[in-house]
Design a protein around this ligand. Sequence first.
Ligand code: OFO
Length: 172
Amino acid sequence: MLKEKVEKALVKQIQVEEHSSRIYMAMASWCELKGFSGAAQFLYGHSDEERMHMTKLIKYVNDKGGHAVLLDLKAPDANYKSLLDVFEKILKHEEFVTSSINELYEVAFNEKDFTTAQFLQWYIQEQIEEESVFKSILDKFRLAGNEQGGLFHLDKELAGMTTTMPAPASAE
Ligand code: OFO
């Protein structure tokens, strides 16, 4: 049985993951409209990954005797200044997600819920991976500068990229 504090923190994280999925879906839609088809493909995929992160948490909470409820969500931004703006916002958002996972881990650890702490290891690793991918994409933006050709190649490269680690069996 999950302790109340741990269940509440897990439900909050479900909200964060669902919100992430919607943010990336809104960004994918904007990219598609602006003709950045590679970035759109990448972000549609990334939105799906966040949904998988959410589902994995929902299943965990229910499996441990809790009730994974869904909370309210704010509508994501619909418009962005540029493709660079999109990726700067993603990195900022992922840094927020990392701090949210760390806080959740702290709650589990302080409540001596080591099973949940162990379960969260995958998320901690995933955040390391994601932040590193988004930092490297931003480095590529810096290299491309304002050059149209550089941006075109970067968009093409994004089409084939993913950030996720292999999902554990329980998430499939
Ligand atoms: Fe972007 O990562 Fe979920 O957790």
